[in-house]
Design a protein around this ligand. Structure first.
Ligand SMILES: *Cc1c(COP(=O)(O)O)cnc(C)c1O
Length: 344
């Protein structure tokens, strides 16, 4: 029973939201030109330009690892380096794909509270060495919302933009949960992307409610030169691309992308509030988007697992990540909270 119910392991565990599915079904009527030469891909790309209030280049990839790796490769040469947080997905969860796709561009890791890079930490890495033996820093990669469920504020983004300008660095944004950031910050997509200096954004549709599909958005159009070839070579050019772009259009046109993200964020806020009411439960990081990281006693974690609850504990002993999604329900949160309370 638990297997079919909503879980808290990842927003990847949820299914396809109705709006994405509806558009996918519409795109399934009859035939359409292949390799992105269809009307759905055109409309979805135009919609992104409207949403971001800028003439940008839009590409689609199957998953986030490919989107991140290929876009980073487009931003630097093999002898360059990418500055990222030590907990970033590109460092910890992509099996070396960014280095592989770029023929060896090295990731330079920075520490920073709550999963966030700071302008100071970036500056420290850039100025540490300037000799020819060190891979030249070329890109800053930031994740919004972060892997720890926190958000870069506009001021933090602008400080990073400043540092990027000072040292001639490009900015890549891993937007696996970009929609959640927009929803939580009440800022326009433009404000927290290109207006904050982002050159390329990997905007995740999968976690937001699609079956699969990421949009890679180049605000700096010069950097997109030949990117279509890079995607094709990497096996990321979908022949039936309309089945990625149509559901994207479904999310965008109906506003489901924002509705889904708001819902997930609200569920996480509700879960946090309930957990804070239980003795012995502490939050590990500020809850700012759709993830709740809590410290739970070991025996509680074991009881939850025995009951079939799914969640990640990779953050460290006693640390549990509960991720909310478009399909999380208050009833399931209440069930989870009850099981935690009763295990104490
Ligand atoms: C989920 C996620 C991705 C994409 O992962 P894939 O499994 O490759 O789709 C990228 N970055 C972050 C921060 C993520 O959480």
């Amino acid at each position: 029973m638990h297997n079919q119910s909503e879980q808290f392991a990842s927003d990847n565990n949820s299914g396809i939201c109705p709006e994405a599915l509806e558009y996918m079904l519409q795109a399934n009527q009859g035939s359409a030109p292949a390799y992105g030469n269809d009307i759905w891909t055109q409309k979805a790309s135009d919609y992104f330009r409207e949403l971001f209030e800028i003439d940008c280049e839009v590409f689609f990839a199957f998953n986030g690892t490919a989107a991140n790796s290929l876009s980073l490769a487009a931003l630097c040469q093999s002898y360059h380096s990418v500055i990222c947080h030590e907990t970033s997905h590109i460092e910890t969860d992509e099996c070396g794909a960014p280095e592989y796709a770029s023929n060896g561009s090295k990731l330079l890791l920075a520490k920073g509270e709550n999963g966030k890079l700071t302008a100071e930490a970036i500056e420290g890495l850039v100025t540490k060495r300037t000799d020819i033996h060190y891979p030249k820093p070329k890109v800053i990669s930031i994740t919004q919302a972060t892997e720890l469920g926190t958000l870069y504020t506009i001021n933090e983004l602008l400080a990073i933009k400043e540092t990027a300008r000072k040292y001639n660095l490009k900015i890549h944004m891993d937007g696996a949960r970009f929609a959640n950031a927009v929803a939580a910050m009440n800022q326009s997509p433009a404000e927290i992307s290109w207006k904050s200096g982002v050159d390329v954004l990997c905007f995740c549709g999968t976690k937001n409610g699609m079956a699969l599909g990421e949009a890679i958005i180049f605000f700096n159009k010069a950097l997109a030169e030949d990117f279509d070839y890079r995607c094709k070579q990497a096996g990321q050019l979908a022949s039936k691309m309309r089945f990625i772009s149509a559901p994207w259009l479904g999310l965008l046109e109906t506003g489901a992308w924002l509705k889904n993200a708001r819902h997930a964020n609200q569920c996480a806020a509700y879960l946090e509030e309930k957990l804070l009411g239980i003795d012995g439960v502490e939050m590990m990081f500020p809850r700012e988007a759709n993830a709740v990281f809590a410290k739970l006693p070991e025996h509680t974690i074991q009881i939850l697992k025995d009951k079939g609850w799914q969640f990640y504990t990779f953050i460290g002993v006693g640390g549990v990540r509960f991720m909310c999604s478009w399909n999380t329900t208050q009833a399931r949160i209440d069930e989870l909270v009850n099981d935690i309370r009763n295990s104490q």
